[in-house]
Design a protein around this ligand. Structure first.
Ligand SMILES: [Zn+2]
Length: 288
């Protein structure tokens, strides 16, 4: 089932690339499945959508498409096909993502913008695709928006995992093709779509704010990887570049998002992926 939400006159549609139970140790080094089940005991809303019976995290990798007036915007472009990747699940992937997108009436040439909440491997993959041995922009008519601090950081960093060149195959070709726009972390794309700086997971990480007709939605990006971190904002993912800053960011923004009205769409949250946030105990709960 395809997930779609409306925010005033704006539509947001989910195009998942993969949806899989994930070992908690992949994201949280010290958290075993038994620990996840304890947390789900204390925050029963986590089940059944976000934590499985046996303590796996129910996560997905998805592209969220925003349609706002004349703008058609892809937010985060997943892992991509044909990329050489350290993670064997992602290595030389041959998935139907682009066919699914095109088949649903969202041909890549129809997009006006691509937003990457940050430049990690699972957020930039479909920025490019392999044609005749070259990485070419998948969305040939789009402006690709990269946040300045994020772009500068990964340009000079070797990347998250050994043996892969995420920047080289998924970011640099966009710049070379003249499609990149380097923008500040408070960038506004249109009347309805703007960025909110949510740094810590990475140095230039942003979340995407959608506002229309008095309604609001947030696309989190990876400032919160799993709903476990809503229940416990102290919990930092091992992929956070600066875990103290990431924690401070969660504590700073969740109170604003937790008004019971804002639609919070978790970039990696398993289906149904979105809900409204409310204070609950020492953290928050997502009502789906
Ligand atoms: Zn991610």
């Amino acid at each position: 089932m395809q997930l779609q939400w409306t925010v005033g006159s704006v539509a947001i549609t989910s195009f998942p690339e993969s949806e899989t139970p994930t070992s908690p140790r992949f994201l949280f080094r010290d958290l075993a499945k038994a620990g996840v089940l304890e947390r789900a005991e204390a925050a029963p809303w986590l089940r059944p959508h976000f934590v499985s019976k046996d303590g796996y995290l129910l996560q997905k990798i998805q592209c969220l498409v925003i349609e706002a007036g004349d703008h058609r915007i892809a937010v985060d472009t997943c892992v991509g096909n044909d990329k050489s990747r350290n993670n064997e699940l992602w290595h030389h992937l041959q998935g139907p993502f682009l066919d699914d997108l095109t088949g649903a009436g969202y041909g890549p040439e129809t997009f006006t913008h691509v937003i990457c909440t940050h430049l990690h491997v699972d957020h930039v993959g479909w920025n490019t695709r392999l044609i005749d041995g070259e990485w070419v922009p998948t969305f040939p008519n789009a402006a690709y928006l990269f946040v300045d601090a994020e772009y500068e950081h990964w340009k000079s960093e070797p990347g998250l995992f050994d043996g892969e060149d995420v920047f080289g195959d998924s970011v640099a070709p966009i710049v070379d093709a003249g499609l990149a726009e380097i923008v500040p972390p408070d960038h506004r794309v249109s009347d309805e779509v703007s960025f909110q700086a949510t740094v810590g997971h990475t140095p230039g990480h942003i979340s995407v704010v959608v506002e229309s007709d008095g309604e609001r939605a947030i696309i989190t990006g990876d400032m919160v990887h799993s709903p476990l971190q809503l229940a416990d904002p102290e919990l930092s993912s091992m992929f956070d570049t600066d875990s103290d800053q990431a924690r401070a960011t969660r504590k700073a923004v969740f109170p604003d998002w937790a008004d019971g009205e804002t639609l919070v769409i978790g970039t990696h949250f398993g289906s149904p992926t979105a809900g409204t946030l409310r204070p609950d105990g020492n953290g928050y709960r997502l009502d789906v």
